[in-house]
Design a protein around this ligand. Sequence first.
Ligand SMILES: [Zn+2]
Length: 114
Amino acid sequence: VRALQRQGLRPKTQVRLATGRGEITSDIVLTRSRIAIFVDGCFWHACPRHATWPKHRATWWRAKLETNVRRDVRQRRRLREAGWHVFRVWTHELPEQAASRVIRAVSTIRHRRL
Ligand SMILES: [Zn+2]
């Protein structure tokens, strides 16, 4: 969030966004560019680089984590349908790097409108 503010953006946090079916809470939102950012933990959202599949109660954990992943996919699709640009940031990413990815997208989106 701070990295985005330094770029002169006005990010809001924990915003409830309306979609066709119910509301979805996004971690960071840039309203003007219609960007919704989700900051996802590597474990809970099964990041491709750091996902660990616990061996103890393996079946239960696998079902639980796969449910999370499916819910992420579903929610983000609904937001896209509602006209949002959806970004996912992993907790392993450096804030500055994640921010610059978002900032590049912001300028692309603004250009497209001109
Ligand atoms: Zn990760």
